[in-house]
Design a protein around this ligand. Structure first.
Ligand SMILES: [Zn+2]
Length: 171
C-alpha cells in the first residue's frame, strides 16, 4: 500500500536531515566526469545570469559562442594582435596590452565535455548547440590565431597541441 511507501520515504528523509554520517558516499567521479560536471554548472550559471535568463531548450549556438568569449577573460594564453611588436613571439621579452584568452586546445576539450553533458541532461543530439558548425569554425579560428602567434605545433600523430616554449616530442 502507499502507506508503506510513505513511511519508508519519511524515515529516509529524517535520517538524512539528522546529519547521519553513515550516509553512503557516492563513488568518486573520474577527472573527466568531475570536470564535465563543473563545466556544465558553469554553463548553466552563465545561461541563468543572462537577461532575460536562457533556458536549456532555448539555448542555441549563439549562446555557446558568447559563453566561449566570456570565458576568454579567464584565459592564460596571450594573443598578440596584429599591431603588436611581439606578434608571432611565443615568449615576448616585455609585457604588452594584448588580451588573454583560452588556449585552443582547452576550448576544444571543453566543447567536447559540454556537448556530452548537454545530451546527458536531456538535450537532443540533433539540436545540440555544441555540435554546431559555427562552434567548430570558431575553434578553428582560435587555433589559427595560436599558429599565427607562433604559439603551438600540432603533433601530426596525436593532434595535441604543444607550446614551442616547452615543446616535447609526442610519445
Ligand atoms: Zn602583444
Amino acid at each position: 500500500m502507499s502507506g508503506d511507501q510513505r513511511t519508508k520515504d519519511s524515515a529516509e528523509g529524517s535520517s538524512r536531515s539528522g546529519g547521519d554520517h553513515q550516509q553512503p558516499q557516492p563513488a568518486p567521479l573520474s577527472r573527466y566526469e568531475s570536470q564535465k560536471r563543473r563545466d556544465w554548472n558553469t554553463f548553466g550559471q552563465y545561461l541563468k545570469n543572462q537577461r532575460p535568463p536562457v533556458s536549456l531548450s532555448q539555448c542555441n549556438c549563439n549562446h555557446v559562442l558568447d559563453f566561449l568569449r566570456y570565458l576568454d577573460q579567464f584565459g592564460k594564453t596571450k594573443v598578440h594582435l596584429h599591431g603588436c611588436v611581439f606578434f608571432g613571439q611565443p615568449d615576448p621579452p616585455a609585457p604588452c596590452t594584448c588580451p588573454l584568452r583560452q588556449a585552443w586546445g582547452s576550448l576544444d576539450a571543453l566543447i567536447g565535455r559540454l556537448r556530452a553533458a548537454f545530451e546527458e541532461h536531456g538535450g537532443s543530439a540533433e539540436t545540440n548547440p555544441f555540435g554546431n558548425g559555427a562552434i567548430r569554425d570558431h575553434n578553428i579560428g582560435q587555433m589559427e590565431l595560436d599558429f599565427q602567434n607562433g604559439k603551438c605545433w600540432m603533433c601530426s600523430f596525436c593532434f595535441s597541441t604543444y607550446y614551442i616554449a616547452r615543446f616535447s616530442p609526442c610519445r
